[in-house]
Design a protein around this ligand. Structure first.
Ligand code: 26W
Length: 767
């Protein structure tokens, strides 16, 4: 975007006058933020409008989650005016950094939602016609604080600063019908700016509203009571994001959300397609849809329904759907595969349920064995099976994950429909995850190899011949980033860290399979080793954790409490003050991640092999020059392929080994042979930590005595983990180690979301 400072300041001034009746001098931070954003929105209108009006083939990315983070900096960066706007504001005594207070748009839980956000940005940057369709939750993912070491949740009022990066599009509102209510769906459109290419795609988020405003006349006649409750329920649909990650909750409100989202989106698309005078049988020529996990899969019977309402036969409608829909699976965990109670579904959405039954019947007509292939069975609707049956393509999100889908999770489907299955390894956008969060490093790289890597990440390999030259800058910048993170942590968590410490980081959602416990137990293991003298010369290390636990996930919350207790023990012990610090940061989110991934020395990716579909945090650390301490799981496998296993720190049982070990596994044996591990585990029950809540005891039981003790092989992998971790800590600081960091950065090309969306565009979307 062309930038004219005078014009820009005049635009900002004008918005301030019109919207807030104030001027630059009297404007508060909030007004200024909105005015700056709106001035930019206004200037991008033409490009956006051009894209919206064009009638090229598009893909709709249907997702219940878009974890966008903070919009302003990334938008300005992509428009090529980040520095210019900063300078312009400075010239009038204002500071662009002040907008760091603006809340993240946290309309997602974790990996799946952040992936959607990265894909939208990359698609726009690669001029791929991808639009997001989702929900405009009033409250995003809860805000997390710790009180006495326990997680507390508060509502996330993400609109507190206003929403200048969206426009409400009343003219595109549609109605969504449930058996018991009709709700108005109003779209809010967010522009998705491509990186310095003038492309603007759209993220369309639907908000639920009552069909008519409160009707006083009928209320007075006492008909009002019914209407009032209807109004109340309507807005409830988009009130709040479900905070579960990887666990299915069979709540009808969630089904309402899912249907509301896809029905509104498809009605909108069908309506506009018809308005062009087109025959709906030709819909697949212009549209395809990517279903982001099972959450939007109810789009399939909804489109079947809509097409038949427009006069197509079931077979014709099915043919259209079979060409339009594609399905991505993001997890193999059984508890995350969505299933709905058939009676509840048919009560809420009888017509949609009819279509699901028709799919089941067609499946049987096709001659598929209903004992092996089923969509509805024993009064349960299996959304993943519906998605696989109808979709043209089914993909996993890393090689190892796709192989597990083929071999195990969807084995029968794969054998019957092998041509549907593809792998598309996840990726991240290098704009937000290096250019924006680590500008000093980006400039150094530019100086050595030029700027082409901004949009072709594989170009980073060109730094390989220049490693020695880049090392001093890399070290200096990493240290500066660590200092900045330490300052931020001191201010927000009250823990002081020295940038001379090794920053060992594990940030991600809290889940047993991700094994934060493994890390936590190793901290205690080192701590007691230092205390009893069995560990000498321990390299000074800060163990940094960040994670939200689903509010109803007891074990995950117990792990948070445990780590906070460890932090208190360690940080208050002067005997280890120059050796270790432990901090669990509160409210880990996208903006926190931006500060963390460029300041880490160790990236902990330690899930039990076979459990992490891909992981994308691992890629963000790699891009910023951090070695992985991890298992051969998810994309870690491909990270090793790209950067060399010798440049990372790999430990633990492989997928194949996990299966074998589990048959005769006895956690007690692991502990008996390892006194320091035993001591660490027993802190859960021996009074080391106060445990009035009983949470720690439950953690002990889940490891040692419960049903399926140590399900995720924490104790099995422990010895190998600490062996490799110690090696890493000893290697740290050497020139050889720093080279490993840079080789990782140089090898990250494959993990650009630009590559991922290109793969989707080529293999699936035909864009
Ligand atoms: C129904 C509850 C629920 C909610 C969210 C079930 C499943 C989910 C997601 C599929 C969980 C998720 O975010 N999975 C993560 O997806 C990332 C992007 O592909 C992967 O990198 C992570 O490995 C995977 O855990």
């Amino acid at each position: 975007m062309k930038f004219d400072k005078k014009q820009f300041l005049a635009d900002v001034e004008r918005v301030l006058h019109a919207d807030y009746a104030c001027d630059m001098k009297s404007a508060g931070r909030r007004e200024l933020y909105n005015a700056v954003s709106k001035a930019v929105m206004e200037a991008s209108f033409e490009n956006w409008n051009r894209e919206k009006k064009s009638f090229k083939r598009r893909c709709g990315y249907f997702s219940a989650e878009f974890l966008m983070g903070r919009a302003i900096y990334s938008n300005l960066l992509n428009l090529g005016i980040l520095e210019e706007v900063g300078d312009a504001l400075k010239s009038v005594g204002e500071d662009l950094n002040a907008f760091e207070e603006v809340e993240d748009a946290a309309l997602g839980n974790g990996g799946l939602g952040r992936l959607a956000a990265c894909y939208l940005e990359s698609a726009a940057s690669k001029d791929i016609a991808l639009d997001g369709y989702g929900l405009r939750y009033r409250y995003g993912l809860f805000r997390q604080t710790f009180v006495d070491g326990f997680q507390h949740e508060e509502g996330d009022d993400w609109l507190k600063w206003g929403d200048p990066w969206s426009v409400r599009v009343d003219r595109d509102a549609v109605f969504v019908h449930f058996a018991d209510q009709t709700v108005k769906a109003v779209p809010y459109d967010m522009p998705i700016f491509g990186y310095k290419n003038g492309v603007v795609n759209t993220l369309r988020l639907w908000q639920a509203e009552p069909v008519q405003a409160f009707d006083f006349a009928s209320f007075n006649e006492m008909k009002g009571e019914i209407k009032a409750t209807e109004n109340f329920n309507a807005t409830k649909i988009t009130d709040v994001l479900y905070p579960n990650d990887n666990t299915m909750v069979g709540k009808i409100l969630r089904l309402r959300q899912q249907y509301f989202m896809v029905s509104a989106s498809l009605q909108d698309i069908v309506k506009k397609f018809k308005a062009r005078g087109k025959d709906l049988r030709e819909l697949p020529e212009k549209w395809c849809f990517q279903l982001n996990d099972t959450h939007p899969v109810i789009a399939i019977p909804e489109l079947l329904r809509l097409l038949q309402a427009e006069g197509l036969s079931f077979d014709e409608a099915f043919g259209v759907c079979a060409r339009c829909f594609n399905f991505t699976n993001h997890t193999i965990m059984a508890e995350a595969l969505e299933k709905w109670d058939a009676l509840a579904l048919s009560d809420l959405l009888p017509d949609v349920y009819e279509q699901i039954l028709s799919c089941q019947q067609k499946l049987e007509r096709d001659g598929l064995d209903p004992n092996v292939f089923y969509i509805v069975r024993d009064n349960v609707v299996h959304m993943a099976n519906l998605a696989i049956y109808v979709s043209a393509h089914v993909n996993g999100v890393a090689e190892i994950h796709t192989n597990i889908l083929k071999r195990e999770t969807f084995k029968n489907w794969y054998e019957r429909f092998p041509e549907k299955f593809v792998n598309i390894t996840n990726g991240i956008t290098p704009r937000r995850w290096l250019l924006l969060n680590n500008p000093a490093m980006a400039r150094e790289i530019d100086a050595v190899i030029g700027a082409e890597w901004h949009t072709r990440l594989s170009e980073l390999k060109k730094i390989k011949p220049h490693l020695a030259e880049l090392l001093p800058a890399f070290r200096r910048i990493k240290r500066e980033n660590k200092q900045k993170l330490a300052d931020y942590i001191a201010a927000h968590e009250g823990v002081t860290l020295s940038p001379d410490f090794i920053f060992d980081v594990q940030v991600k959602r809290l889940h047993e399979y991700k094994r934060q416990m493994l890390n936590a137990l190793s901290v205690l293991y080192f701590y007691y080793g230092i205390k009893d003298g069995s560990v000498a010369d321990f390299p000074s290390t800060a163990f940094i954790f960040g994670a939200k636990a689903a509010p109803g996930y007891y074990m995950a919350k117990a792990v948070i409490k445990f780590i906070n207790e460890i932090a208190r023990l360690v940080n208050n012990d002067p005997a280890v003050a120059d050796k270790m610090k432990v901090v669990f940061v509160q409210n880990y989110n996208v903006s926190y991640a931006e500060k963390i991934v460029c300041a880490a020395d160790i990236s902990e990716q330690i899930s039990m092999a076979g459990m992490e579909a891909s992981g994308t945090g691992n890629m963000k650390f790699m891009l910023n020059g951090t070695v992985t301490l991890g298992t051969l799981d998810g994309a870690n496998v491909e990270i090793c392929e790209e950067a060399g296993r010798e440049n990372n720190y790999i430990f633990g049982a492989t997928v194949e080994e996990v299966a074998a070990i589990k048959q005769f596994y006895c956690p007690r044996e692991q502990v008996e042979g390892n006194p320091r591990l035993k001591r660490a585990v027993e802190t859960l029950i021996d009074g080391t930590f106060e445990d009035a809540s009983g949470m720690l005891k439950k953690l002990y039981e889940s490891l040692m005595t419960g049903y399926q003790p140590d399900r995720y092989l924490v104790l099995y992998d422990f010895a190998d983990y600490v062996r490799v971790k110690e090696q890493l800590l000893r290697d740290y600081g050497s020139e050889e180690f720093d080279k490993k960091c840079l080789i990782n950065m140089a090898s990250v090309g494959k993990f650009s979301a630009d590559r991922s969306v290109r793969d989707y565009a080529k293999l699936i979307w035909d864009l």
